[in-house]
Design a protein around this ligand. Structure first.
Ligand code: TXA
Ligand code: MG
Length: 325
């Protein structure tokens, strides 16, 4: 399929393709999304093919105003209203009752829908031009890291979609925080850059209360949780402190390392070192770093693991999945 590359100033052209049932990759503040009109089930079916995504894994629906939200969702539970007021537009997805008119394929047959009102200017301009809600998973082939730059989006989706919007690098670089409701209680189903601490503060509960424990049997509340994600081609191994590095088996590998800067460690000269001033910068560049290290031919990525609090929870979640631990 021929894929048009559309400058960010021309989102109107990209929106015209959505209205005709096309697939368009567009930037958001989290990661690039692979969008189709949420009310066009044939177009939504093409998303699953383009990504190689299992059909039981529902899509996040993107809106840019209250009218579009009402077309997608039913009544929002009170905590969802509080979170919406606090964090939208922004990197938070809420699992809420679905509007019966929303095609089943979008929600993989669930009675709930994941909705997000992004804050990226390009995403908002695009959604406004579309004039319809846009279903969009991350624009990676299933299992691979999500694209956070135009170059990565092109690498993943050229030839698979009708157009890619040549947008900015994603500000957050990690997928949105997902909050769902289990027996009416708000739970974090996927950590993101809006932290548990921030969500607990808005809801007046404890961080502990928000922890979701997946059932050992039956369908998980978020189908995507069961799939392997975020894996670069290289093997990923994790470490917390540079003192652990000598013990990690690197024999026969071309090694890339992701770490905070400022450590006094002397690293082998042939390692590719990507270092970051703080965890925010590390999280922002995590997937782009995986992409770069794969491109440099690294076969082993040693990635520093943050403490699991604040933004560290989301980074550690993605790293552990990438490392398969
Ligand atoms: O930041 C993001 O959320 C990006 C950008 C493009 O918005 N999108 C994204 O979508 O990460 P995706 O499809 O890669 O991840 C969506 C996750 C999946 O794990 C899916 O199972 C879960 O959301 N999900 C979607 N609808 C759901 C629902 N009704 N109930 C529970 N989980 C749901
Ligand atoms: Mg994804």
């Amino acid at each position: 399929m021929k894929t048009q590359l559309i400058p960010a100033e021309q989102v109107k052209e990209a929106a015209a393709l959505i209205k005709k049932g096309g697939l368009v990759v567009f930037p958001t503040e989290t990661v690039y999304g692979l969008g189709a009109s949420a009310f066009n089930p044939v177009a939504c079916a093409r998303i699953f093919t383009a990504k190689g995504r299992p059909s039981d894994n529902p899509l996040i629906v993107h809106v840019s105003n209250e009218a579009l939200l009402a077309e997608v969702a039913g009544n929002l539970p009170e905590p969802a209203v509080m979170l919406k007021k606090a964090f939208w537009p922004g990197p938070l997805s809420l699992i809420v009752p679905k509007n019966p008119n929303l095609p089943e394929i979008v929600t993989a047959g669930l009675t709930t829908v994941a909705v997000r009102w992004p804050r990226s200017k390009t995403a908002l301009a695009f959604l406004e031009e579309c004039g319809t809600a846009v279903a969009a998973p991350s624009a990676n082939v299933s299992g691979a890291p999500s694209p956070t730059t135009f170059e990565m989006a092109k690498g993943a989706m050229l030839g698979r979609v009708d157009a890619i919007v040549a947008g900015e690098d994603c500000e957050e670089g990690l997928e949105s925080t997902i909050v769902g409701f289990v027996d009416g209680q708000p739970k974090i189903l996927r950590p993101g850059s809006i932290t548990s601490e921030q969500i607990a503060a808005v809801l007046g509960c404890s961080v502990q209360d928000l922890i979701y424990r997946a059932p050992t049997e039956g369908r998980p509340v978020s189908p995507g949780l069961k799939y392997t994600h975020y894996k670069p081609s290289a093997t990923v191994r994790l470490f917390r402190a540079v003192e652990e590095l000598p013990a990690l088996a690197v024999e026969g590998h071309k090694v890339g390392i992701l770490m905070l800067s400022g450590s006094a460690a002397t690293l082998p000269e042939d390692w590719v070192v990507l270092d970051f001033a703080d965890w925010k910068g590390y999280g922002h560049s995590l997937y782009a770093s995986f992409f770069d290290l794969d491109r440099f031919g690294c076969t082993l990525i040693l990635a520093q693991l943050p403490d699991e609090e604040g933004l560290g929870t989301a980074i550690a979640n993605r790293l552990k999945k990438a490392a398969g631990v």
